[in-house]
Design a protein around this ligand. Structure first.
Ligand code: MEV
Length: 437
């Protein structure tokens, strides 16, 4: 079915009404919709099979990122995060990008790198030559270790032999062999680790050394996604700031991050707000995504922003590039009912497609943060949303959420008891606050 990610007024609905709208907008099946309504996203017995020493489950809020359009298709993006404003900010920014044609994304093939370390190699140049001469045989052995992956069209796509030079402080030279493995819709950790273990004895024999580590690299720089977003200036305007002025502010913020690792770290944290939230919701390994993101950001030797912004052809244009090692099959995505539901809400068909959507969520988070920082500052938006959350927490629904939140915000005293007072007064006063002004 064709999804529509524009659901105006979603935030004003009660949770129950939101679930109904979501089930409809995402075309969820009866079972998925019932699971969502019952809040049964992870039962204890399933959790007990997932990790060790289980004592329970630990819920986090799950929200929906709205307005996303990526390569012409709409996506409702499940986001699991503890931080207020992340979901709303990403949804607002996605709406701005939508007005500029939506996110345009492309992705590499899903190639993971598996590393085999060989130590104690006396003649590293000779070892490299000998291994390179036998690569077809090595790759065949690796593929034989993963017939299931081959059956779905994945498998090795090449290899490279690297010499890590001996250092002046006495550390001996080492050989590292990288196997490049197309993991299709799996994140691929198990497959590539198994392959590395299978070929390591032969590699050590050829190198005349000792087997060392055999493990994937989280610097998955052959599995990158690139996203472009364009925003018309008018979309960026705030009450107090003209759109072109905000666009220039976002570019200046981008240049700040390009010049200063201290700022780049926070800039990238803002990107990861959107990315991690969707990675967690879909049951993927967010530590792997984080490790990949930050090692990629530092690959030039200087830590740099993952997304940069410029003024191009009368638009604010952002570009993001980063590794995106995700799976839609296997691991938690297979056994965690909430993760399966998140994938159903997204309507994703492949891990590559998931990577493009999740990277777009990262760009949206980045845009929202830079727009706020370049105009009114981040706190105003946070406090407005906080006021809404507090209003909803004391029982405000529908239009009352905004009315209570407005008064709360204006009072400068955003507390539940104050919200409850305002709510009970407004319930007896049918006139929307400010209707006459
Ligand atoms: C807060 O979670 C994220 C920001 O600090 C990102 C940024 O500064 O770009 C607002």
């Amino acid at each position: 079915m064709t999804r529509c990610s524009r659901v105006p007024g979603f935030y004003k609905l009660s949770v129950a009404d939101r679930l109904d709208r979501l089930a409809e907008a995402a075309g969820l099946g009866v079972d998925d919709a019932a699971r969502l309504r019952a809040g049964e996203l992870l039962d204890r017995a399933t959790a007990d099979h997932m990790i060790d020493n289980v004592i329970g489950t630990y819920p986090l809020p799950l929200g929906i990122g709205l307005n996303f359009q990526v390569n012409g298709a709409d996506y409702l993006v499940p986001m699991c995060v503890e931080e207020p404003s992340v979901v709303a900010a990403a949804s607002n920014a996605a709406k701005m990008v939508r007005a500029g044609g939506g996110f345009v994304a492309e992705a590499d093939d899903p190639i993971m790198i598996s590393q085999v370390q060989i130590t104690g190699v006396a003649d590293t140049d000779g070892a490299k030559r000998r291994i390179e001469a036998q690569l077809p045989e090595i790759l065949k052995r690796a593929d034989e270790a993963q017939p299931g992956l081959l059956a779905v069209g994945g498998g090795t796509r090449g290899a490279e032999v690297r010499i890590l030079e001996a250092s002046s402080n006495g550390i001996e030279g080492q050989i590292v062999v990288h196997l490049f493995v197309d993991c299709r819709d799996a994140m691929g950790a198990n497959s590539v680790n198994t392959m590395a273990e299978r070929v390591s004895p032969r590699l050590a024999e050829l190198a005349g050394g000792t087997i060392g580590l055999r493990i994937l690299s989280n610097l998955a720089d052959r599995r990158c996604v690139r996203v472009r977003a364009r925003v018309p200036f008018a979309e960026l305007a705030t009450d107090a700031h003209d759109g072109a002025e905000v666009a220039r502010g976002v570019v200046s913020a981008s240049r700040f991050a390009e010049l200063d690792p201290y700022r780049a770290a926070t800039h990238n944290k803002g990107i990861m707000n959107g990315i991690d939230a969707a990675v967690i919701a879909t049951g993927n390994d967010w530590r792997g995504i984080e490790a990949g993101a930050h090692s990629f950001a530092a690959r030039s030797g200087t830590y740099r922003p993952l997304a940069i912004w410029r003024l191009v052809d009368g638009f604010l244009e952002g570009r993001l590039e980063m590794p995106m090692a995700l799976g839609t099959v296997g691991g938690a995505t297979k056994v965690h009912p909430g993760a399966r539901l998140a994938l159903a809400i997204l309507g994703i068909k492949s891990a590559t497609e998931l990577g493009m959507v999740i990277a777009s969520a990262g760009m949206a988070s980045n845009l929202a943060a830079l727009r706020a920082l370049a105009s009114e500052g981040i706190q105003r938006g946070h406090m407005t949303l906080h006021a809404r959350t507090v209003a909803a927490s004391v029982g405000a629904t529908g239009d009352l959420v905004d009315r209570v939140a407005r008064e709360l915000f204006a009072s400068g005293d955003i507390r539940p008891d104050r919200a409850a007072e305002i709510l009970s007064r407004l319930r007896t006063d049918p006139t929307p606050q400010g209707a006459a002004s």
